[in-house]
Structures are given as C-alpha cells and as structure tokens.
Design a protein around this ligand. Structure first.
Ligand code: URQ
Ligand code: ZN
Ligand code: ZN
Length: 487
C-alpha cells in the first residue's frame, strides 16, 4: 500500500485542534504538519473545510450475540461496516461464556465469528461463573490473548448473572493480573422480583420493562460493584451508566480518588422513557434494552456527567433484534430480547447534540468518542489519536453534512432505528481503517475479513496503585498471653 495525504483539514485530537495535513504510509500515520508534500503517486484526500478526527472507538457492542433464545441480527461484517459509515473504526465486543463454559473455549468461538469483520475489533471477556478453571483461563487470556478487561453482569438472573462471590473472586483475580473489571450494574434479584410483580399485575407489555428496572436497582448495583472494587483494589469500569443514581455513585468514588471509569450510551443521552408508552407494540418493544431509557432528568444529568468528566466514554451497546425476534415477548415483556442498535449513528448524534449545542468542543468530542476509550483499555496511541506511528484510523468529518436517520437508509442489519427521523448535521465524509478507505461519497467500500484483532495488554504496575491506596496500614496481630481457661 502506498501513500495517502489528507490535505487542508483541521486535525482534532483529545489534546486540541490545528490546521494540518496528515501523511499516511501504508497502514500508519507518518507525519502531521502544515503543507506536507505529497509523495509521487500518493492518493490525496481533500479535507478543506472539514475536521480530521481519530477513528471512533465503540467500547461496547454485541455483534451476533446469542441471547435470550435468539441471536443478534447484526454480524461482525455488517456491524463493523455500518460503524465505519458513521466514523467508528474500532469496536470492543464481548465474549460471553455460558455458565460452566471454559472462558478460553468461548473466546476462541467469538474470535472465529469476528474474522469476518471489516474493521478492527477487540474483546472484553465476561466472567459468568467461577471455578479454578475460570481463574486459570483469566490468566491465559491476559498473558496470551491480549485481553485486559473482564465483564460481570450483575443482572440476568438464572442466566449470566454474577453473585457477590463471583464478583469478589473475579475482581481479585483481575487485580492480580493488572486487568480491569467492568460491570453491567443492575441488581438482578430485584429485577427478577419486580418483573414478577409487574407481570402479575397484568402489565405484560413493553411498558413493564422500565417499571421492573427503576434507577434504584442500577444505583444499588453500581455502588456495590464500586465498593467491592474499592476494598479489593481493582480498577473498575461501569458500562452503560444510565441514571442519576449510578452517576452519583461513580462521582463519589472518583472524588475519593478511586480508579473508577464510567461509560454512557449515546441513546441514553438522547431518548427518554416515553418510548415505552407508544401504543404500537413493535415500536415500544424496540426500545427494550437494559438499563432502560429513563425519564428526562436523567438525560440532563448524564450530559453534565459527560461534560464534567465523571463519564469518560460513549458507546452504543449495539445489540440488534429485528421485529420478529422482539415479538418473542408479545405476551410477556420479560421475553423481549434486550437490545437496540446504534453503532452507525453514535458519532453523528453526539456531534449534533453535543458539539453543535456547545456542550462539547471538537476536542472533547474526540476524547469521549475515541481517545478516552483507547487510554482506558490501553490501546493508546495506537488508536485514539492522529500522530506519527498511530494506526491510520481516520475520519474526514464534514461539519455541514446533514442527514436524516432512518432504518430505510441505514447500513445496520435491523429493521428499526431508535433515532428514526432525527436530522443531524455533522457526519463522516471519508472513513479510513489503517489507511484503507471504508466509506467515501456515501458508499461503503468494506471488505469481509479486512479487520484485525487488537491486543490490549494489561496495565503497568501503577494500576495496582489502586491496591496500595486501599490497603490500610498492613494489618498486624496483637501479642497477648493465652487466657487461663475458666472451669
Ligand atoms: O446487557 C447487555 O449489555 C447486553 C445483553 C445487550 N442488551 C441490553 O439490553 N443492553
Ligand atoms: Zn449490559
Ligand atoms: Zn452490552
């Protein structure tokens, strides 16, 4: 592969923005600077009037996930292609072993599925049970397979839910390995109880879903995971923080200096729980995901959390189920497969509602859509920036390009779009993955299997500073005479 020069744009990284050209050699950024020469035969991309951004990183997707008796309709090729059309060039997906399934076996299975990806990918690995084999596999995955994050579902009782014993065992192992623990924080026992109560009151439609998972249920689990991580000294990442109750738990911990990171989904910033009252069952069911969409005050708080740095990353939890799949729950909301799409629209909706409203600067936009995830999951500066030596994952971002989001025109493999009809200004004009153009002139040019797995090494010792911070003075025994045993 030869040279590409992206000329005349404004390069934006998490550190700032400047007018500069970008010279790419093969898959890698070679230079960033003013008026760079174009080597003979170089491909020139004109970025005049546009921003030049690091490719987006979505740290939370579920391509072709087997879940709730079906399989998510988006596969790794169609999903990474759709992502590229919206400016996202790397996804971090999830290996979710069945309870009693060896983590390593599940990992190899998912790696096989992901081979078809059009752009780069990596995996969090879920711990869904505990045994010496899990302990061993976590070590193998970190040492030999580039895994540095282990997921724990505190919800989904009788399926993949972790109880406190598993959380404690796994968080301890993660710290030993220098890996990050991540959690889906909802109290699965409370959800199970509330689902039963709601259903038995005759509320069987999608409106029952949010009623069975109120913010308190997420707040309790968020706090519990944070406290367990604090005592054990394990760095923690909360996925899809959706409400004030969880946000406050994160804020308290961070203000105490605990190493806690938190993610917010683009859709939780923009959509409220009125969707569940839609009288069209199919429409309401398409918004059934966990945690559920919340009332408006939570969106306002989440935007503030993102602006204040309490939330560091944005994601989509892209987990697609088409209408016939959702209808498994037509008699019982508990059977509606949980999940929504969104990988294609994350960056566009966040630019429109974030940058164009003044909530975020372009540089902060890059931080929350790319750089922070790269830093937290230890793939920076390979990903998440535009600098010599970085992968040439780059988006020429047209701030004036307007489009109306619709399932009729999107590239996602799902017959619904949660942002249907939303008109946004600011979109990807050209998307490159390691120097190859995947999206240009509103056309996908993706190739099955072109994506590569991204190893994520465990963290240097300083991550275990968390452990040092939490260990009160080394405990010591008290010397004392044995008491005379009274008759
Ligand atoms: O819980 C998750 O993150 C997966 C199973 C996707 N579904 C969802 O409702 N969020
Ligand atoms: Zn989840
Ligand atoms: Zn998820």
């Amino acid at each position: 592969m030869g040279f590409t020069v992206i000329k005349g744009g404004t390069v934006v990284t998490a550190e700032g923005e400047r007018r500069a050209d970008v010279l790419i050699e093969g898959e890698t950024v070679k230079a960033v600077g003013q008026n760079l020469d174009s080597p003979a035969g170089a491909r020139v991309i004109d970025a005049t009037g546009a921003y030049v951004l690091p490719g987006g990183i979505d740290p939370h997707t579920h391509m072709e996930l087997p879940f709730m008796g079906t399989v998510a309709s988006e596969d790794f090729f169609s999903g990474t292609s759709a992502a590229a059309s919206g400016g996202t060039t790397t996804i971090i997906d999830f290996v979710i072993p069945d309870p009693k399934e060896r983590l390593l076996d599940a990992y190899k299975k998912w790696r096989g599925w992901a081979e078809k990806s059009a752009a780069d990918y990596s995996f969090h690995v879920a711990v869904t049970w505990w045994s010496d084999a899990v302990h061993e596999d976590m070590g193998t995955l970190t040492k030999e397979h580039g895994v540095n994050s282990f997921k724990h579902f505190m919800a989904y009782k009788n399926a993949i839910m972790c109880d406190d014993e598993v959380l404690v065992q796994s968080f301890s192992r993660a710290r030993e390995l220098g890996a990050l623990a991540t959690v889906h924080a909802e109290n699965g026992e409370l959800v199970f109880r509330l689902q039963k109560e709601i259903f038995e009151r005759g509320i069987t439609g999608p409106e029952g879903h949010p009623l069975s998972r109120p913010p308190e249920v997420e707040g309790e689990a968020a706090n519990r995971a944070i406290r367990i991580a604090e005592v054990l000294g394990t760095p923690l990442y909360l996925v899809h923080t959706s409400c004030i109750d969880a946000l406050e738990a994160v804020q308290r911990a961070r203000m105490e200096g605990q190493r806690v990171f938190a993610e917010v989904l683009a859709q939780h910033l923009l959509i409220d729980d009125s969707v569940y009252r839609n009288t069209d069952w199919n429409h309401a069911a398409h918004y059934v995901m966990s945690p559920p969409f919340r009332s408006k005050e939570h969106q306002t708080a989440l935007w503030r959390g993102l602006q204040a740095g309490i939330l560091q990353t944005t994601a989509t939890d892209h987990c697609c189920f088409c209408t016939p799949q959702k209808q498994a729950g037509v008699e019982d909301f508990r059977k509606i497969p949980n999940g929504t799409g969104g990988v294609e629209d994350r960056m566009g909706v966040l630019w429109h509602h974030g940058v164009r409203t003044g909530r975020l600067t372009p540089s902060e936009f890059v931080a929350v859509t790319s750089a922070n995830a790269a830093k937290i999951f230890n793939i920076y500066p390979k990903k998440g920036t535009i600098a010599p030596g970085s992968d040439a994952d780059i988006v020429v971002w047209d701030p004036d390009k307007t489009r109306t989001i619709s399932a009729k025109t999107h590239h996602q493999n799902i017959d619904f779009n949660i942002y249907e009809g939303m008109t946004i200004t600011g979109n990807a004009a050209v998307t490159l993955s390691r120097g190859s153009v995947l999206w240009e002139n509103d056309q996908l040019k993706t190739e099955k299997g072109a994506g590569k797995h991204v190893d994520r090494p465990c963290f240097p010792e300083y991550w275990n500073a968390q452990a040092l911070r939490n260990r009160h003075a080394e405990p010591t025994a008290v010397k004392r005479e044995k008491p005379a045993v009274s008759k």
